[in-house]
Design a protein around this ligand. Sequence first.
Ligand code: NSS
Length: 455
Amino acid sequence: MFLLVSFILLGAVRKMTGQYKMEKGAINEALECKISELEKFIGRRVRIRGWLYVKNTVGKISFLRIRDSSGIVQVVVKKDKVGEEIFEKMDKLKRESSLIIEGVVKKDERAPGGVELGAESLTVQSPSLEDYPLRKNLSPNLVWKYRHLFIRSRIMSMILKLRSSLSNIFRNWLIEHGFFEVDAPSIVTAATEGGAKMFEVKYFDKKAFLTQSSQFYLEGAIFSLEKVFCFQPSFRAEESKTRRHLSEYWHLEVEASNMDFQQLLHFEEDMITSVIREFYDKHKDEIKRFNPEFKPFEKPFKRITYTQAVELLKNNGVAIEWGKDLGVREEKMIATILGQPVFITHYPRQVRAFYHMPDPENPSVVLSADLIVWPYGEITGGGQRIDDYKMLLERIIESGYNPDDYSWYLDLRKYGSVPHSGFGLGFERLLAHILNLPSIKYAIPYPRTQTIVYP
Ligand code: NSS
């Protein structure tokens, strides 16, 4: 009796875990796999699921290129193998129809990936209802109009994979270095970055905004967790139609207690060089395809103070007054002369947001740093924060803001304030720089710019 019960139970467990099916199927059933795995299964019968990329029929044979998330394979469909009805149906299929194909994997040195699939059965999951609108020689307008389809392209799927990997590497690096991920609200009531415009939101009967930066919320969180970061969108309503501006971009922001300005610069260098090195080592071939010239950044990064930068620019014929913010032209010149990336530090207080700590040795400048590359410009902005209640209140008033709007932020300086620093990194700017993309819009699946809000 005991043996009988055990036997029945064992059978149930094997069924549940799929073990039973595997054993039975090993002989007859096709093995479900991704296209990139096919080379491991030469001679085996497999099943792939994908989308029709290209079709070319010559008499009774059709050559299909099928893509899935992992790659592309050539599938040879012979009329006598799949039957006349299926062959005719398949021959009418339009690009991007979704298919399930079973067949035997064959070695073929000439084929991309070194293999091709000899189809034995073909199931149309869903035929494309119309001609696919994205064909060769795409105009930029078409790309933005059909962004939801364009992300299926090989180039975009490659970029999206790299994007996903880069964000994972950043996250893992920060977590391994003792940071906690903290989530901040996207709907807020006040500005953080003086210069940048905000999107207004009707929030029930109140006025609110889409956040420009999660910095203030991270500053709040250091008093709980000490080392924190977030990776989420920031919104900028700037009317800039440049290759480096998005209205919604992914912002990696880091904040740490008891970190001073010099420690912050070292921290940024460490994080950025380690993350880019790991990213490069993992994806060298893909990165080289986009940007053969790219070399991972080396420590230490070049450093120049704003005042030295103004001197340098003047010596190179640029008419710039001390106290004015640096523009694209100036950043380009500095990055070209000094090499990149370069930290520009100690900006005049009037061109930086109110929360920056004035330099105790020269309070007309603040302990802030932008990391500049070319052509994407500033990839990080950050610095040491004012941690004194009175000083922060004065700076808020001096900058023309209403202290009531910032009372919770001021509170942080009332209860056990500590020196602290942090920075924000424009994720798409960094990715676009590494891959040398023609515009930041290629570094994000669904860009939002002054002119693009659909799809
Ligand atoms: O405005 S920043 O320079 N700084 C802040 O928002 C700080 N509150 C961040 C912090 O210290 N936690 O923006 C930071 C970075 C900047 O260096 C750019 O790389 C990127 O955010 N950024 C942008 N990327 C894409 N599009 C736009 N419009 C954009 N604006 C800033």
